[in-house]
Design a protein around this ligand. Structure first.
Ligand SMILES: Cc1cc2nc3c(=O)[nH]c(=O)nc-3n(C[C@H](O)[C@H](O)[C@H](O)COP(=O)(O)O)c2cc1C
Length: 377
């Protein structure tokens, strides 16, 4: 089992870097349009990009999404990400720590993050399917979760929800009954905040409310439209000659709720939200903030940059921050809080979905936030 998990970690990284495993159905970020301000009372260089997340102040609302660890060959990726997280005051997640819980020899590939980011907001990671008994393994105990936290001196623990990925994995965990109860027991026990994190299929309104009942402190909506874990597993299944799971992986490549929709749906729970899934530039980041996200996560872009060098990660960050600031200035927002209250018009598929799901009034409100203030004043 321990070699199997370790091998899977390196395969995920090499497949993501070597093949196109993004969803073919995009997240439709272009459906979120800003109401341009012709005379914005905002200086580009004076914009305040800081944000408070779970009691910590971060310099940027950007989350370097949970990606890797668990194999010596990925240590340099986590090191490059950690150096940038420290330099830019960002939140950084590590990939699933199951590999090191079953095989402590690979713990250093995760621990490197705290070593190089002594002050950053680090997020540990375990899977919801591992919280319950599966046919091939027993349930992780709360001590195992604590082990993951201690391994990187984490400020929060992400529990990833990845039923689709498991279903598309030849060796995947098939059971999910009891995950919510196990999550609730875990949040009650742990001394640090727990973030419920989808991995590409998204979180709808009802599941967000369930997660709130489970006691999570924040939700990473992990919506569809970016990296597809299903496509990634299809590639692994193909290499193993497992036709059945390969076909499941391909068929469900686009399964899930697009990320911008998730941010609105999950907003019903009134918890801090991380918007991850298909975010590819600073304009997408701005759009996610305007929809109500507190942090915006990117996975693949950081993976690619960090696999090259620390400097590439810094370059990527400088680029997306500059882009985000332009969107903020042109929307008349001088802070992240302003950006979360700026006017946006939601169009296209995103609007269709949200209208069908009963969010019509909310969409109207988002388009007229300033008008209401104007009239009131
Ligand atoms: C190679 C790779 C490995 C990943 N491993 C994990 C993981 O172990 N735990 C987790 O919660 N998410 C994992 N993810 C999901 C990412 O955190 C993120 O949700 C996903 O990549 C979507 O963001 P993107 O479209 O910007 O890539 C992984 C993603 C990739 C590409």
């Amino acid at each position: 089992m321990s070699d199997e998990v370790k091998q899977r970690k390196i395969e995920h990284v090499s497949i993501a870097l070597g093949q196109d495993v993004s969803a073919t159905q995009m997240a439709n970020w272009h459906d979120i349009q800003f109401v341009h301000q012709a005379l914005p009372e905002v200086d580009l260089d004076e914009i305040d990009t800081s944000v408070t997340f779970l009691g910590h102040t971060l310099r940027y609302p950007i989350f370097m999404s949970s990606l890797t660890g668990g194999h010596p060959d990925v240590t340099s990726i986590n090191r490059n990400l950690a150096r940038a997280a420290e330099q830019y005051g960002l939140a950084l997640g590590v990939g699933s720590q199951r590999a090191a819980i079953v095989n402590p020899e690979v713990a250093a590939s995760y621990a490197v993050t705290r070593q190089y980011a002594p002050n950053a907001f680090l997020i540990a990671n375990i899977g919801a399917p591992q919280l319950i008994v599966q046919s091939r393994h027993s349930a992780f105990s709360h001590e195992h979760a604590q082990q993951a936290i201690d391994m990187i001196g984490a400020n929060a623990l992400a529990v990833h929800m990845n039923s689709l990925q498991e279903a598309a994995q030849p060796e995947g965990d098939r059971r999910s009954v009891g995950e919510a109860a196990a999550l609730k027991a875990l949040t009650a026990e742990l001394g640090i905040p727990v973030i419920a994190k989808e991995t590409g299929a998204g979180v709808c309104r009802e599941q967000a409310l369930l997660l709130r009942d489970c006691g999570v402190a924040a939700i990473d909506v992990g919506g569809a439209g970016g990296s597809s874990m299903s496509a990634m597993e299809a590639a692994r299944s193909e290499a193993r000659g497992d036709e059945r799971t390969k076909n499941i992986g391909l068929l469900f490549r686009d399964w899930g709720i697009a990320t911008p929709i998730c941010v609105v749906e999950a907003g019903t729970a009134h918890l801090p939200l991380i918007s991850t899934g298909g975010v590819r530039n600073g304009l997408d980041i701005a759009r996610a903030l305007a929809l109500g996200a507190t942090l915006v996560g990117m996975g693949f872009p950081f993976l690619k940059a960090a696999s090259e060098s620390y400097e590439k990660v810094c370059e990527l960050l400088e680029t997306v921050v500059a882009e985000m600031k332009v969107a903020m200035q042109l929307s008349g927002a001088s802070s992240i809080a302003d950006m979360q209250h700026t006017d946006i018009v939601v169009t296209g598929e995103t609007r269709n979905w949200l209208t069908m799901r009963g969010f019509e009034e909310q969409l109207k409100g988002m388009a007229q936030r300033r008008w209401h203030i104007y009239n009131a004043g």
